[in-house]
Design a protein around this ligand. Structure first.
Ligand SMILES: Cc1cc2nc3c(=O)[nH]c(=O)nc-3n(C[C@H](O)[C@H](O)[C@H](O)COP(=O)(O)OP(=O)(O)OC[C@H]3O[C@@H](n4cnc5c(N)ncnc54)[C@H](O)[C@@H]3O)c2cc1C
Length: 624
């Protein structure tokens, strides 16, 4: 082992480094024998372990995606006929699939027999819980879907479900330790300039747009001046143009190209801005349309009117709610309602520490059963009769099984449906293929204390040139029996984000390329970057990555945010409300096929929890 690696602690025993290191394995006709040979964990039968406590490579974890990828590449699966018939089979145990089951029971048949199938070893889809145990204490991290955003503006059906689950988003201030960081003298934010990108490692304090932060930074004088001018946001860079002309400019340029061509911002300053939009849109400035940057309130548009009549399309800000495990708590609340006895408790608070018994999820005596580690590879109406029952074939632990269903909700990814369902009409299959997914990685790092943040005086950093574009101490939230570690001498979970893209390509190609790269990036690569980046940022505050890191969980999502594209132009439906093409591919894609209805955020081209619920409601309504 190289001495640098040893200094970083790459040889330290932390909880659990994956055997396979999360490297994608060859897929294709020889998939399963190959997997077995090299040890992809293939889980058979009901789960006896406790998935939220798994560390290492999570999200699209090894063993979860190989069957799906092989199926898309044409693999055929033998299946035995199981003697199981359900009123409803739901494919996908994300928030959309779970909501579909919940709404079906509520609105169609309380006693319905329902089977929910998912390829992961945990339910929740993107809404993923990461649990850590240290010194006898449980700490939580969010592995995906982060928060209930602006629930005040949720559509009525989603509001209703959230309400029925017992969530009162208005109570967030009761649980959030407002002022904790300030009371410890910790500034809001910092910016970490890395030497590979900017010439020297440097931690600047203040918001990422705080111009004072640039003064001491390694940026060149001209880049500092450009950024200061940009953030002052006083100049009209399109002076003399009519709103229509301005609009034409913004709709035909990326934010980066706009800033370069019209605001005179040079390459170095543009590098500083490239990852500005990573956290929210999972795309960089080079492919983020300028009109979106303006709607987001990014600098460079100084009160510009571009003739949008419905400017106030923005969401109401009220009703944000952050559970310590993100919206995994929403998924857990749904499962607790669907499968009585799988977890104790009955409130929005006690869900946070409720220990789920995964062996109870798929019991014959349950009206609703959740079957994990099961990838659906076939879906067809019996004898081609669109009014008849549906055969649902899934692969679990190397074995194919077929169950039957009166009704089906597909709450998995649209792009996969034509590969498993011969009943999808050709046009609809093309529309389903117009769905692309932005890749994201949420990494949670358990550290033994967070004293170094306090010593340095910040709790969150934007890292414009680094592997992880953001690093932060988890949001300080205590709820029910879950207590955020208020003392900086206690262990805490850090949250780091990485968006793998291929800047310079059109956005859909960046997503595809990033998704592929993600499956080929080993856990060691993530771990080395975690250790290196945290060491360089926090080292001056006393942090030692070899000593202070206790566990790492990497949640990789090659199929992350849902976006539709126009097949001819490659235009992305970033905001479906502003889609300018006549046909909306996500609407064409989600049309019911006989007894199969289609949910998931793909059906709205909107990667949001409210859409996941709303599309579930629509899908169930179509089956009624
Ligand atoms: C990193 C990240 C952060 C996010 N943060 C937020 C946030 O803060 N707020 C917000 O509102 N939204 C957020 N989102 C958007 C999120 O996608 C939605 O809110 C919601 O969780 C999506 O639910 P879903 O059920 O539609 O899809 P998913 O969560 O993707 O669930 C679909 C499930 O179906 C499974 N599946 C697919 N095909 C098959 C098959 N053939 N067989 C079996 N199972 C299959 C998938 O593997 C998956 O488990 C985030 C997304 C990501 C990736």
């Amino acid at each position: 082992m190289r001495s640098r690696d040893r200094r970083l602690g790459m040889d330290r025993a932390i909880s659990r480094r994956d055997f396979l290191s999360g490297v994608s394995v060859a897929i294709g006709a020889s998939l399963l024998p190959a997997c077995t040979r090299i040890g992809v964990p293939i889980v058979e039968g009901p789960s006896t372990h406790y998935p939220p406590a798994e560390t290492g490579m999570r999200g699209s974890h090894p063993g979860s995606f190989e069957v799906a990828h092989a199926t898309v590449q044409g693999q055929h699966w033998e299946a035995e006929k199981a003697d199981e018939h359900y009123d409803l089979v739901v494919i996908g145990a994300g928030i959309s699939g779970l909501s579909a089951a919940y709404i079906y029971r509520r609105d169609v048949n309380l006693n319905a027999r329902i089977l929910i199938l998912d390829n992961h070893d945990d339910f929740g889809g993107h809404a993923k819980r990461n649990e850590f145990t240290i010194d006898g204490r449980t700490l939580l991290g969010l592995g995906g879907t982060m928060f209930i955003e602006a629930s005040n503006s949720y559509p009525a059906v989603a509001k209703q479900v959230i309400h029925e689950l017992g969530i009162d988003a208005e109570r967030y201030s009761e649980f959030h330790h407002e002022g904790l960081f300030e009371s410890l003298g910790v500034e809001e934010r910092a910016v970490f300039f890395d030497r590979e990108t900017f010439g020297a490692d440097h931690l600047a304090f203040g918001e990422r747009e705080y111009t004072g932060a640039f003064d001491e930074s390694p940026l060149s004088g001209s880049a500092k001046e450009e950024l200061k001018r940009l953030f002052a946001d006083e100049e009209d860079y399109l002076a003399g143009m009519t709103p229509t002309e301005r609009r034409a400019v913004l709709e035909s340029h990326s934010w980066r190209d706009y800033l370069k061509s019209f605001a005179g911002i040079g390459d170095e300053a543009l590098t500083y801005l490239q990852k500005w939009s990573h956290g929210v849109w999972a795309i960089g400035a080079d492919a983020l349309p300028a009109w979106m940057a303006r709607l987001e309130g990014y600098p460079g548009f100084a009160g510009m009117d571009i003739g949008y009549a419905d400017e106030e399309g923005a969401k109401e800000s009220g009703g944000n709610f952050y559970y310590p495990d993100g919206n995994a708590s929403v998924a857990r609340l749904l499962v607790r309602k669907l499968v009585p006895g799988c977890a104790p408790g009955d409130s929005m608070e006690d869900i946070v520490m409720a220990r789920f018994d995964y062996s109870k999820l798929d019991q014959e005596t349950n009206a609703t059963r959740i079957r994990l580690n099961s990838t659906v590879v076939g879906l067809s109406h019996q004898n081609g009769d669109l009014d008849g029952d549906v055969d649902v074939t899934y692969v679990s632990g190397n074995k194919g099984r077929t169950v039957t269903a009166s009704k089906v909700v597909w709450a998995g990814y649209h792009a996969m449906l034509p590969h498993v369902c011969p009943d999808v009409p050709e046009d609809q299959a093309a529309a389903q293929g117009s769905s692309v997914r932005a890749p994201l990685v949420y990494t949670n790092v358990l550290v033994r204390n967070w004293r170094s943040f306090v010593n340095l005086g910040f709790w969150r950093a934007f890292c414009p040139g680094s592997f992880f574009h953001s690093v932060r101490v988890n949001r300080p939230v205590s709820i029910g029996d879950y207590h955020f570690p208020e003392s900086p001498d206690e262990p805490v979970v850090l949250h780091l984000q990485h968006i793998p893209l291929a800047p310079g390509l059109p956005a859909p190609d960046q997503f595809r390329s990033g998704g592929r790269a993600l499956l080929e990036t080993s856990f060691e690569t993530f771990e080395r970057n975690v250790r290196d980046q945290l060491g360089r940022i926090l080292g001056p505050g006393g942090f030692d990555p070899a000593r202070d890191i206790a566990a790492i969980t990497v949640n990789r999502w090659p199929h992350g945010y849902a976006y539709s594209i126009n097949a001819e132009s490659g235009d992305v439906a970033w905001m479906p409300k502003r889609w300018r093409h006549e046909r909306r591919p996500w609407v064409d894609a989600r049309q019911r096929i006989g007894n199969i209805a289609i949910a998931n955020t793909d059906a709205a081209s909107n990667a949001m929890t409210e859409s996941a619920i709303e599309e579930a409601h629509r899908a169930v309504s179509e089956l009624m």
